[in-house]
Design a protein around this ligand. Structure first.
Ligand SMILES: [Zn+2]
Length: 290
């Protein structure tokens, strides 16, 4: 996602680069802090706000493989969806995987920032990107933010035309990046659906909101047996369960494009790359039985 410099490569080299602090401000504009859930963490996790940023790697998870990629690519900054220390910490020593992530990034001079529920809720963020990928029109937030009801967690909207659940599920599967677990379908595959709710990541807590919104089908991830089973016993919405990584990854390309555009508007050249590394915990799916 590199845009040609309007001034030519040679001149671009002489332009003062963006700083970590400026990129963080652009990130806050794309994923406003007031949209954060109260329990969440969305911030600059490590790095000096005065350090220069020429290139950014975007990823869902701040894990070792992503640090490897950031170092290999020579990135100055990593922006992840998930925080490194959601519940806080009393140490950053390299005695555990998270401390090693912090140490390796700092040693390599790479800043780390994250936008979690702020990006879930934002205009153009995870939920809105997921809705757009699966073809929803006339969308509204599934759970409007008290700070700005035009934004919020999840989206609900309509398909351009009614479709069989099976056909819609196939189009969703094709629209999401692939990882081992794939996409699970709950409900009658031959039923006709039109109103669709979506929420990237773990969506158990939004089952009732999706029903109250009149959704025929709810696309989310991480659904557990009992909530899903008990929900389907009571009828629609039917369920599409993707993976946490795939349903949130879709928010990264629009964020990367938005950051490049914001940098260009300020006269800076910023290179971004969206990591293709699958950071779902699951490496392989085997069919069971004979
Ligand atoms: Zn998540």
């Amino acid at each position: 996602m590199t845009q040609p410099s309007p001034n030519g490569a040679q001149e671009a080299e002489t332009i003062r680069p963006l700083t970590v602090g400026e990129v963080e401000a652009m990130l806050r504009a794309a994923a406003p802090p007031q949209l954060a859930e109260s329990w969440d963490s969305n911030q600059l996790i490590c790095g000096d706000p005065d350090d220069p940023v020429h290139s950014i790697l975007l990823a869902v998870d701040p894990v070792a493989a992503v640090v490897d990629e950031a170092i290999a690519r020579g990135a100055n900054m990593v922006i992840t969806h998930h925080p490194l220390y959601l519940r806080g910490t009393d140490h950053v020593s390299a005695i555990d995987p998270k401390g090693r992530v912090a140490h390796r990034l700092i040693r390599a001079g790479i800043a780390l920032a994250n936008a979690h529920t702020t990006l879930d809720a934002a205009h153009g963020g995870v939920a809105s990107a997921l809705a757009a990928r699966v073809g929803l029109e006339r969308t509204r937030p599934l759970q409007p933010s008290p700070a700005d009801p035009s934004q919020g967690i999840g989206r609900v909207g309509r398909l351009p035309a009614p479709a069989r659940l099976r056909d819609f599920a196939e189009s969703v599967a094709a629209a999401l990046p692939d990882s081992a677990p794939g996409l699970l379908v709950g409900g009658d595959p031959e039923a006709v659906v039109e109103t669709v709710a979506v929420s990237g990541g773990a969506g158990d807590s939004l089952l009732e909101a999706a029903r109250a919104a009149g959704a025929d089908v709810f696309l989310t991830a991480d659904l557990r047996h009992h909530p899903a089973s008990e929900h389907l016993e009571a009828g629609r919405p039917y369920l599409l369960c993707g993976t946490h990584w795939a349903t949130e990854w879709v928010g990264l390309p629009p964020l990367a494009a938005g950051l490049e555009a914001a940098a260009a508007a300020r006269g800076h050249r910023l290179r971004t790359h969206v990591s293709q590394i699958v950071t779902d915990p699951w490496a392989l799916r085997l069919s069971t039985g004979s």
